[in-house]
Design a protein around this ligand. Structure first.
Ligand code: FAD
Length: 446
């Protein structure tokens, strides 16, 4: 109620807040509109106010006040999530965490940083010492490390290190609990998985310790092929060539490249493409492996400075965005192919939906195996047909992490929440105030 919010505001003292309803409504959104299904469900949902803490002490004060007054709190970072992850379903406070961006330390292969730090800033800080983040989403230029760990799964670099869920990819996390007297908990090693992809329902992350990878001079490469399967087969060969150092291998079927705006000059009519990032010393071996199988149409050092559009912004979830820019009738899916029948299953899905599901794959490591994540662009007719397409994939052993649902459980491949995460939530958020409605298995105790 208004009274509750007034007393909450009084307790926040001089912590900056935004109450202008137009701004609050706008910032309560993320990229859920990718999904016509979520767009119907989430449009119009909004927080009541935005609080902008300046440091961890401010966050503790906000958490204490919200817990005392039983006001919901949803953390917002870069706001680039795809499933309404940062959309408050029950109003309350939207906590803008982006001021917590301090780098605590950098050591060889490791960094400890405020959760609100942008990934681009992290790489810029560590690259001079020869290191960079092991992986980043294609939204690296706007997304934060905390948002990636709380809402993302993997991305550019996952071909070498797998996703965030692989042991060792998150070294530690510091979280503030949602209680009248908030505690600070340091989760180290495997325990840090309790906050991975929990959409901020298991604590407010204030700092993260992340492992780093060697920072190679990366070269953006586009290769054109007559046929999509030729792009997939070559991508597979390049992925398996351990001597060729890479960070990205993404086969994309024609006609998707016809939507690629500024990249169109590198995308010949009718050709499927492979987008790659190859370490400069490996480029010659990459070209040798390619031989006459395809034609290189772009070779350029990766540059993701503030005003640049790097090649990786045509890959991962950006492929769909490039198409959505001129065609709002499409949407997408997130598939995981079985590693032992990869090419066969890709061919099967392509044959089953020749014009309706347009193939886009990302080579990744998963559970120690090389496989593909599929992020196909889907020509949307209605929710029923979309569910049928999902069902047909699963019937053919191509697993789906459904991007058209907003709970942690429904978005996971197993349709359930990790037991550790659910148990941890009871410890850190007993009243169920953190991003309420997103972890549907949780029932508040008090
Ligand atoms: P937000 O969207 O602000 O938040 C994401 C979730 O994390 C929310 O639930 C929020 O409440 C929670 N959260 C944020 N910070 C904290 C914190 N400090 N403590 C607790 N909870 C917190 N994802 C991938 O994994 N790989 C990709 O390649 C990828 N590509 C994308 C491409 C496009 C075009 C788009 C629109 C999205 C893409 N995404 C991808 C999804 C998203 O961009 C990433 O997951 C990104 O890392 C989210 O970071 P953010 O700072 O924008 O987080």
């Amino acid at each position: 109620s208004t009274d509750t919010l007034t007393s909450l505001l009084a307790e926040l003292g001089n912590i900056p807040v935004v109450t202008d309803p137009t701004i609050v409504r706008r910032r309560s959104r993320d990229f859920f509109w990718y999904s016509p299904v979520l767009n119907d469900q989430l449009n119009g949902k909004s927080a009541d106010l935005i609080v902008t803490p300046r440091d961890e002490a401010d966050i503790i004060r906000v958490a204490a006040a919200c817990a005392r007054h039983r006001v919901p709190l949803t953390v917002r970072a870069g706001g680039t999530g795809n499933y309404g992850q940062a959309v408050p379903l029950a109003g309350g406070v939207l906590l803008d965490i982006t001021a917590l961006d301090t780098i605590e330390w950098i050591r060889p292969g490791q960094i400890r940083v405020g959760a609100g730090a942008k990934m681009n800033a992290i790489d810029a800080a560590t690259q001079p010492s020869g290191y960079e983040l092991r992986m980043h989403p294609s939204t690296k230029r706007t997304a934060t490390i905390g948002g990636f760990v709380a809402g993302g799964s993997g991305g550019i670099g996952s071909i070498n290190y797998g996703g965030l869920r692989e042991r060792g990819n998150i070294l530690a996390a510091r979280v503030v609990t949602m209680e009248p007297e908030p505690r600070i908990i340091e989760l180290r090693g495997d325990a840090a998985q309790k906050i991975n992809r929990a959409y901020g329902t298991t604590g407010i992350i204030t700092a993260l310790e992340m492992p780093l990878a060697p920072a190679w001079p990366w070269i953006d490469v586009v290769v054109a092929f007559d046929d999509f399967m030729a792009a997939v087969e070559f991508g597979h060969a390049a992925a398996l060539a351990d001597g060729i150092v890479k960070k990205l291998l993404a086969p994309i079927t024609w006609p998707l490249p016809s939507y690629f705006g500024a990249l169109k000059s590198c995308c010949p009519e009718g050709k499927s493409i492979l987008i790659a990032m190859i370490a400069e010393p490996s480029l010659e071996s990459f070209r040798n492996l390619l031989g006459g199988r395809g034609t290189i149409t772009l070779e350029m050092p990766t540059d993701d400075g503030p005003s640049k559009v790097p090649l990786y912004e045509y890959t991962w979830n950006h492929t769909t965005l490039q198409v959505l820019k001129s065609d709002r009738t499409v949407t997408y899916l997130q598939c995981l192919y079985p590693h032992d029948r990869l090419l066969q299953k890709v061919e099967e899905m392509r044959t089953m939906f020749p014009d309706e599901v347009l193939q886009h794959l990302e080579f990744i490591r998963f559970n120690g195996q090389l496989t593909c994540s599929g992020l196909p662009v889907v020509r949307y007719s209605d929710a029923e047909r979309l569910n049928e397409i999902i069902r047909l994939h699963e019937a053919h052993e191509v697993h789906i992490a459904n991007p058209h649902v907003y709970t942690v459980e429904d978005g996971s491949r197993y349709k359930r929440v990790d037991v550790d995460q659910l148990g941890f939530k009871h410890e850190v958020d007993p009243y169920g105030l953190l991003n309420p409605g997103k972890m549907r298995s949780f029932v508040a105790e008090r």
